[in-house]
Design a protein around this ligand. Structure first.
Ligand code: KIV
Length: 272
């Protein structure tokens, strides 16, 4: 049963801003391939993020740093081909925007032109303000990302909760306002105290979407492979698993192998 108050045929950046104003929570999941994106879109997800978490769950890297712009475009184009309704946001990967604002614009233009996606997402605060402004001059919508920003993992040293201390919390609030002023249409807050996330969401007019940021924000995002239980070693407190696909798929594969070895697949009915 859907809890949607207003039916949107296509989700735009304006639609999710309208959802915030109407008090309707925004649903967001990651997608990296055609088949998964088709299922999530058919289910009515509002926003699909072609996240650089693809580096982890699709490519097997330990961090999000190695994934390239070409690889992100490849994933994004597959998602775009599947989707009728959801807003598709694509992460600018590490190294494709931090150098200068011109590079940030060039990377964003490549994503939009070569994949057909609707918006880009960048990690960081005031240090990327100029890049955000330059990307916006080309008419490309930008989503921000503060809190735990996995592209800076070697600066943080760990994946623990961010902004627990007053100084870091204050800095995050300031950065959130800077990003809103710069013109981002929405902001992801990752792994920060729920109270702080709620404060940011109430101070900003743009939608704030949380991952590990509590229930006081305007929407939620999870990595689909985690939410579906396809990954099973990663179990942070914020993760709710809706399926146990790792176990189900492993068992299905074991049954398939067994049937082949036992010479009962294919059966008479399964051949020409
Ligand atoms: O890459 C990603 O999946 C993300 C989400 C965790 C927000 O940035």
């Amino acid at each position: 049963m859907s809890a949607v108050k207003k039916e949107f045929k296509k989700i735009t950046t304006h639609a999710i801003q309208e959802m915030k104003r109407a008090g309707e929570k925004i649903s967001m999941l990651t997608a990296y391939d055609y088949t998964m994106a088709k299922i999530l879109d058919a289910a009515g997800i509002d926003v699909l993020l072609v996240g650089d978490s693809a580096g982890n769950v699709m490519h097997g890297y330990e961090t999000t740093l190695p994934i390239t712009l070409d690889q992100m475009i490849y994933h994004a184009a597959s998602v775009v081909r599947a989707v009728d309704r959801a807003l598709i946001v694509v992460d600018l990967p590490f190294g494709s925007y931090q150098g200068n604002s011109k590079e940030a614009l060039q990377s964003s233009v490549r994503i939009m032109k070569e994949s057909g996606a609707h918006a880009v997402k960048l990690e960081g605060g005031k240090e990327i303000k100029e890049s955000i402004e330059r990307i916006l001059t080309a008419g490309i919508p930008v989503m921000g990302h503060l809190g735990l920003t996995p592209q800076s993992i070697y600066k943080f040293g760990t994946y623990t909760v961010r902004a627990k201390e007053k100084a870091e919390a204050q800095q995050l609030i300031e950065n959130a306002h800077i990003l809103e002023k710069a013109g981002v249409f929405a902001l992801v807050l990752e792994k920060i105290p729920a109270k702080l996330a709620k404060q940011v969401a109430s101070e900003l007019t743009i939608p704030v979407i949380g991952i590990g940021a509590g229930n006081g924000v305007d929407g939620q995002v999870l990595v689909t492979h985690d939410m579906m239980g396809m990954t099973h070693e990663f179990s942070p407190r914020f993760l709710r698993r809706y399926l146990s696909l790792y176990d189900d798929m492993k068992q299905a594969t074991e049954r398939y192998i067994h049937d082949i070895k036992a010479k009962n697949f294919p059966s008479d009915k399964e051949q020409y």
